[in-house]
Structure formats: C-alpha cells, structure tokens
Design a binder for this molecule. Structure first.
Ligand code: HEC
Ligand code: HEC
Ligand code: HEC
Ligand code: HEC
Ligand code: HEC
Length: 255
C-alpha cells in the first residue's frame, strides 16, 4: 500500500486495497464491492475482532459483516451513527485517491456525489457560466448554504472540517486549476452556453467523476471529440460543424 500519506489514514477511514483502484474511481460502486469482498476474504476465519474507529469505519465494517457473517466486529456506540452516510464516506475517500489522476484539492470534493447522486445543477455552483467570461468557482458561502444545515456528525469528514475552518476564518478556498488556456487565446463561456451547448459536450461526464482531472489528449468519448484537450483544432472543428463563419478568423480567438 503506497498511499500512507492520504488524509483518510489519519482519520482512520482508509481502506486496505483501495490505493490500487486508480482510475477506476469512476466505477466507485464496483470498486467498493470488490474491496469489501477482498477485505472480507482476508479477514474470514482470522478470528480477530475488528473495532470501528470512526462512523465511516463502522459503515465499512458493517458492509464487510453483511458479506461475511463470521466476521467479528465491534461498533462502539459513539460510532454507531447514520451520518455521515456510507456513500458520503466512500466519495470522500475516492475524491482523495492519491493514485487517481488529477490534482489533490484543498477539500476532497466529489462531482459524482454532488452533481450525480444528488443532481445539484452545475450552474448552482458554477453560477457565472451563462453571463461572464469565466465559469467561476463556488464560494465557501455557497458550500455552507447546504453544509451549515447538516448534522454535526459530518464533521468527522476532514473535508467538512476544512470547509468550516475556512468559513470561520472568512478565508476563501483556493482550488487547483485544471483547465487553462494559454494567455494568447480567449474563450468565453457565456456565448457557448447561450448557444445551447451542454457543459458535458466540452468537459465530459463530470457528474460521474469522483476526482476531476485533465483527461489525456487521446481520450475520446461519445461525441468523438477529444474532451479535455483544449487545443485550437478542437475549437475550430466544432465551430465548423456549427457553421461559424468566423471560425477561422484568428482574431476571434487570439488577442
Ligand atoms: C446544494 C447542496 C450542497 C452544496 C451547495 C454543497 N454540498 Fe457538499 N454535500 C451535499 C450533500 C447532499 C452531500 C452528501 C451527503 C450524504 O451523502 O450523506 C454532500 C457531501 C459533501 C462531502 C462529502 C463527500 C465528498 O464529496 O467528499 C464534502 C467533502 C462536501 N460535500 C463538500 C462540499 C464543498 C466543499 C462544497 C462547496 C464547493 C459543497 N460541498 C457544496 C450537498 C451540498
Ligand atoms: C456543489 C458544487 C458543485 C457542483 C454542483 C458542480 N461543481 Fe464543478 N467544481 C466544484 C468545485 C468545488 C470544483 C473544484 C474542485 C474540483 O476540481 O473538484 C469544481 C471544478 C470543476 C471543473 C474544473 C475547473 C478547472 O479548474 O478547470 C469543471 C470543468 C467543473 N467543475 C464542471 C462542472 C460540471 C460540468 C458540473 C455539472 C455536471 C459541475 N461542475 C457541478 C463545485 C461544483
Ligand atoms: C464549448 C466548450 C465548453 C462548454 C460548453 C463549457 N466549457 Fe467550461 N471550459 C471550457 C474551456 C475551453 C475552459 C478553459 C478556459 C480558460 O482557460 O480560459 C473551461 C473552463 C471551465 C472551468 C474552470 C474555471 C474557468 O472559468 O476557467 C469551469 C469551472 C468550467 N469550465 C465549468 C463549466 C460548466 C459548469 C459548464 C456548463 C454550464 C461549462 N464549463 C461549459 C470549455 C467549455
Ligand atoms: C462543442 C462546440 C464548440 C467548441 C468545442 C468550441 N466552441 Fe466556440 N463557439 C461555438 C458556438 C456554437 C459558437 C457561437 C455562439 C453564438 O453564435 O453566439 C461559438 C463562439 C465562439 C466565439 C465567439 C463568441 C464569443 O464568445 O466571443 C469564440 C471567441 C469562441 N467560440 C472561442 C472558442 C475557443 C477558443 C474554443 C476552444 C478552446 C471554442 N470556442 C470551442 C461552439 C464551440
Ligand atoms: C476557434 C478559436 C481559434 C481560432 C479561430 C484560431 N485559434 Fe489559434 N489557438 C486557439 C487556441 C485555443 C490555442 C491554444 C491551444 C493550442 O495551442 O492548440 C491556439 C494556439 C495558437 C498558436 C500557438 C500554437 C502553439 O503550439 O503554441 C498559434 C501560433 C495560433 N493559435 C495561430 C492562429 C492563427 C494564425 C489563426 C488564424 C488562421 C488562429 N490561430 C485561429 C484557438 C483558435
């Protein structure tokens, strides 16, 4: 196991066998099941009693016990709680997988959990896309609009602690930028959004991804476009398809 610097190790939620899942983060459920099965097999018959050290850990042990009834587990009352839910624990873990591509963010934030499972609209958080140049990142206040109302038990997740610390100190979160065009190129979201293009058309299936990254150039998906390679040919190809007369005019996209 190579990921012993991961945050969840410190919070006691680290799963054995997890680090090797790498890119498979997108198929979270399958991965979790596979992990549970392997872990279950490893512990079967060992007779060693597993004692939960956190609510997330308790969820994990209960899942293992469901698959292997012989397993001896102990859940101290303080960790026998509903919140944070097992799925929040899983996403929090997968969003900080050191081996999955993409930068480590100040808070392990899962798009799959927020935009996928809970169907929160992209523009609820990236609220400037339809009117301004940049898509913009959600403020701590936007996060706290929901998380300020969550049960206190969620503070077990390190990401929620970090969020609340920033809220108390009135400090903005500094997210690591993933997409960035060179200075000489200009791109505005608003005209593209107004033209009816979906976010996914350019960014790929974000709502299925636990940890965002810049997908390598060679990655193609359903529209046949290299999703995340923000290169000139990609821009121009789509402009041609959309009969953009100006698509070859250098000054359309260059300063
Ligand atoms: C519209 C409501 C809403 C907003 C806004 C929101 N969240 Fe969440 N968040 C949720 C819900 C719902 C869950 C899942 C709770 C569960 O499954 O038990 C969650 C789970 C989480 C988790 C645990 C799972 C994970 O993704 O790691 C973290 C951390 C988190 N949110 C951070 C944030 C941050 C940071 C922001 C702001 C950028 C934010 N949230 C904005 C509703 C929201
Ligand atoms: C609850 C708030 C929230 C929702 C909903 C949300 N995002 Fe995000 N988004 C974030 C946060 C926080 C980050 C920075 C952390 C990260 O990269 O995961 C981010 C980062 C991104 C980035 C990378 C930005 C960069 O640096 O290049 C893209 C692209 C993106 N989101 C697209 C989407 C799309 C598309 C949807 C809808 C399917 C969506 N987001 C829904 C909060 C949200
Ligand atoms: C026509 C393609 C296209 C569409 C559609 C699109 N984006 Fe982007 N997005 C980009 C490009 C290109 C960049 C990089 C911009 C830069 O570096 O100046 C980007 C950057 C971002 C960023 C990083 C922060 C920023 O503003 O530079 C976020 C967040 C983001 N997009 C979210 C979204 C969301 C949410 C939607 C849907 C509402 C969306 N995008 C629709 C192409 C697109
Ligand atoms: C998926 C299709 C698609 C992709 C990819 C795309 N565009 Fe566009 N773009 C359009 C459409 C459609 C319009 C016309 C919008 C209108 O008519 O208002 C447009 C208009 C523009 C305009 C003129 C309007 C404005 O915002 O000033 C610029 C500049 C532009 N695109 C730059 C880019 C750049 C740079 C890239 C690559 C980083 C890019 N586009 C990628 C579809 C696309
Ligand atoms: C639809 C938008 C668009 C149009 C039109 C466009 N470009 Fe670009 N161009 C880009 C983007 C985005 C980049 C940065 C990504 C890349 O390097 O491919 C770029 C990069 C470049 C580069 C730098 C390449 C490198 O390797 O660093 C040059 C030079 C360039 N463009 C010249 C031109 C000329 C000359 C024209 C007119 C014939 C033109 N572009 C028209 C979007 C455009």
């Amino acid at each position: 196991m190579s990921s012993h610097n991961c945050r969840s190790c410190r919070t006691g939620t680290h799963r054995e066998g997890f680090a090797s899942t790498g890119r498979a983060a997108q198929t979270g459920l399958v991965v979790v099941l596979a992990m549970v099965l392997t872990a279950g097999a490893a512990f079967a018959g060992s007779g060693e009693k597993k004692v939960a050290t956190s609510v997330c850990d308790a969820h994990r042990l209960k899942e293992m016990k469901a698959l292997d009834p012989h397993l001896e587990i102990e859940i101290p009352a303080e960790f026998d709680k509903k919140f944070p839910t097992a799925s929040a624990c899983n996403s929090h873990e997968l969003a900080q997988d050191v081996e999955a591509p993409g930068p480590m963010q100040p808070i392990p934030f899962s798009h799959k959990h927020h935009a996928g499972d809970f169907e929160i609209d992209c523009q609820y958080c990236h609220s400037n896309t339809d009117e301004s140049r940049t898509a913009g990142m959600p403020s701590v206040e936007v996060c706290m609009g929901c998380h300020g109302q969550f049960p206190k038990e969620y503070d077990e997740l390190e990401g929620i602690q970090t969020l609340k610390e920033h809220w108390e100190k009135k400090e903005p979160l500094v997210w690591k930028q993933i997409h960035r065009l060179p200075e000489h190129a200009k791109f505005r979201h608003n005209r593209h959004i107004k033209a009816g293009l979906e976010c996914q058309r350019c960014h790929g299936p974000v709502e299925t991804i636990e940890k965002l990254s810049l997908v390598p150039d060679t990655e193609y998906w359903q529209y046949g476009l290299p999703t995340h390679k923000l290169e000139m040919g990609w821009c121009i190809q789509c402009h041609r398809e959309n009969n953009q007369q100006a698509s070859q005019d250098c000054l359309l996209c260059h300063y």
